[in-house]
Design a protein around this ligand. Structure first.
Ligand code: ADP
Ligand code: MG
Length: 665
């Protein structure tokens, strides 16, 4: 297989820039699809109104005159002969094009037409005339230093030299059935479309392919579950379990009780549990998970709870410790990436000999070195952050344990049934008693003073505040707010009223935990952060959430962030600061039901943010969108199941490849 660095023109510098875009292989490169297309349609000078946009091709008629200004700015003027007459062209800051704009050269000019002066102020000039009346230009996600043009060049070079090596994930019988183009041709067209009809056709093909591979994996896991119907059959000591539930300092909601019953039933049945527990932020999923783990331990089996971050793992660990009494004789351990070596070794041993009953941790729980005495139940928190691979990996540990996934990202039911087709679903809709609606306000940057005043009111009442910014550091390509800049601003406003600190995703986890701990203990009153607090942290005295550049986030993420406050009995508030996208953000002012919000987000953005951003694992599609391509998804689901169950294709290399990609992490 040809490597990325072997593509002509890709040197070490380009390689690292491509890596920045998450492109590591040839396959990544050629499936770096355009996120939109610019359609260039040749216009006629006489048909364009004054001040309107124009795209026109022609030949350079006069030698460009270059003018240089202060600060490195420059401007070039020349005349262009077109089919509909001669027109002046002026363009800023393209001095580098001067040598190419030789008289007689064919070019395409994009810009605005000033009819009275008969001049186009060009925003772009492309060398070459339009071969067809219409030209469709792919636009890619780029990164600083790597232009759209060079990306396009690399992609086409890769397609030219190793297009045949690129795997097609659609079995040939379905390629034939739907009369699909072959993969190489399809890729060629998506990157260089000649007509929008052709483009539409190959987009469907590539979407189908992506969804086929995805649904194949889901179907495989489902069939595997059915086949290995060798779940643990347990007899749960209901009396002891009830005692534990009664010792919890609050009463479970009806939905929580139902979810507990469903889980207990699964544990007692000989069918292996494979369940998704979904519920809005703050709906109380954790306690349900704890009860499941205790029930499992009462039968003599080990339980593991895997959280997406160390902070969360720690929080779960401390919370569970508090609920357990000595008499229950249940030993709990915390295992994360930063557990010291000696302690880690002890935990490994305890898990192996069974002296540890419950282990709570991060990815550290699924490392190869970890082996369990009799792991009976595995729970993962914030399920959408783990990919299909990791799911399979966890399931393969120990004796076939029962599996429960928790997710705070409510997914509309129809979609959940398809995407999580391999799972049963429990849903918590109610909120614990006494929770109040979180008052939410959308404010412009010019109204920042009002936001600061509201913050001051909270501080006066001895409450704490979260402040969120999208970036960590200054980024020359962006004027988004970053946490360090915000800290300076907050210091200026509240230096005498609050202790302010920062926590973000790039900090060492020890440092992060320390600051979270301080916030928990109210030694810090304003916590500035990136979205790392999104997942699960619980500080009841925090009553205000302020989110800068709120338009950068999906509604589901905003809802999750907002769910960090309103955990105690005091009224809580959320301020969303943004100068754009007000209409979408206003939904947050009205709505506080995560399911409705997720449904709205779905309508507005497709699945986009629904499964979190980059970390979304198996849920991030490159071209498909589970909402707008739902029909294709259903077809791909049906076909991939048929393919999976068809014994005649068991020797297919593709089938084997798809299966290994699931079982091997
Ligand atoms: P999430 O579903 O977001 O994981 P948590 O499990 O963290 O929510 O619960 C949020 C908070 O609500 C926790 O402090 C928890 O102790 C509390 N809680 C959970 N269930 C109830 C209940 N039935 N009554 C009162 N408080 C509850
Ligand atoms: Mg939680």
């Amino acid at each position: 297989m040809t490597e990325l660095k072997d593509v002509k023109g890709v040197g070490p510098k380009a390689l690292s820039l491509l890596n920045k875009l998450n492109i590591y292989t040839i396959e990544d490169l050629v499936t770096h699809y355009p996120f939109r297309y610019d359609i260039l349609e040749r216009n006629d000078l006489s048909l364009i109104e004054d001040g309107e946009k124009i795209v026109i091709d022609g030949k350079v008629e006069s030698v460009p005159i270059l003018m240089r200004f202060k600060a490195g700015l420059n401007k070039m003027n020349f005349r262009l002969v077109t089919q509909s007459g001669i027109v002046g062209v002026s363009i800023f800051n393209r001095a580098f094009l001067k040598n190419q704009l030789i008289v007689g050269t064919g070019i395409t000019v994009i810009g605005k037409l000033d009819k009275t002066k008969n001049v186009i102020t060009a925003s772009d000039i492309k060398l070459g005339v339009l071969t067809n009346k219409v030209k469709i230009e792919p636009v890619y996600h780029c990164t600083s230093g790597l232009s759209n043009k060079s990306l396009s060049t690399y992609i086409n070079m890769a397609l030219l030299t190793c297009g045949r090596e690129i795997a097609d994930y659609i079995p040939h019988e379905y390629v034939e059935k739907y009369n699909f183009l072959n993969k190489k041709t399809a890729l060629n067209i998506i990157h260089n479309p000649s007509t929008s009809e052709k483009l539409k056709e190959v987009r469907i093909r590539l979407k189908y392919e992506e969804l086929f591979a995805f649904m194949f994996k889901i179907n495989y896991l489902k069939e595997q579950n059915k086949k290995e119907n060798n779940g643990l059959k347990r007899e749960i000591d209901r009396e002891k379990l009830t005692k534990f539930i009664e010792s919890i300092p609050f009463e479970l909601t009806t939905d929580q009780k139902t979810a507990v019953d469903e889980i207990i039933n699964d544990l007692e049945s000989s069918t292996r549990m494979n369940r998704l527990l979904q519920g809005d932020v703050g709906s109380g999923k954790t306690i349900v998970a704890f009860i499941g783990m205790i029930a499992n331990c009462l039968c003599g089996y080990q339980s593991a709870l895997m959280a997406p971050t160390e902070i969360l793992a720690m929080q779960h660990y401390l919370n569970l410790q508090q609920l357990l009494t000595k008499k229950m004789n249940i030993k709990v351990a915390l295992l994360t990436g930063s557990t010291p070596k000696k302690e880690r070794q002890e935990i490994y041993e305890g898990l192996k000999d069974g002296s540890i009953n419950i282990v709570i941790g991060t990815h550290a729980l699924i490392q190869d070195e970890v082996s369990y005495h009799n792991l009976g139940l595995v729970i993962t928190d914030e399920q959408h952050r783990f990919g299909v691979h990791q799911r399979a990996n966890l399931q393969n540990k120990g004796i076939k344990p029962d599996v429960l996934y928790m997710s705070a990202t409510p997914i509309p039911r129809t979609y959940a049934l398809t995407i999580f087709g391999d799972m049963d679903v429990s849903t918590i809709k109610q909120r614990p008693k006494g929770r109040q609606k979180i008052d939410t306000f959308v404010k412009k940057n010019s109204e920042i003073k009002e936001a600061l005043e509201m913050m001051y009111e909270e501080l006066k009442q001895k409450h704490q505040i979260y402040v969120i910014a999208p970036l960590i550091e200054d980024n020359e390509n962006s004027d988004l707010t970053n946490v360090y800049k915000l800290k300076d601003q907050m210091e200026l406003a509240f230096k005498n009223h609050a202790k302010i600190d920062i926590v973000h995703g790039k900090m060492a986890s020890g440092a992060k935990d320390l600051i979270m701990e301080k916030f928990k203990n109210n030694e810090v009153q304003i916590l500035i952060s990136t979205t790392v607090v999104e997942v699960g942290v619980d500080v009841a005295n925090a009553t205000m959430m302020v989110i800068f550049d709120a338009d950068r986030f999906g509604l589901s993420t905003l809802h999750q962030l907002r769910g960090r406050v309103g955990r105690g009995s005091a009224k809580s508030k959320c301020i969303l600061i943004s100068d754009s996208d007000a209409e979408r953000l206003k939904i947050m002012e009205k709505e506080d039901d995560g399911f409705v919000i997720s449904e709205e987000d779905f309508k507005l953005r497709g699945h986009g943010d629904l499964f979190g951003t980059k970390q979304s694992g198996d849920m991030s599609f490159k071209i498909a969108n589970i909402r707008s391509d739902y029909k294709i998804l259903l077809q791909a689901k049906k076909d991939s199941l048929e393919y999976l169950l068809n014994k005649d294709t068991d020797d297919d290399l593709l089938k084997k490849k798809l299966i290994t990609s699931i079982t091997e992490a």
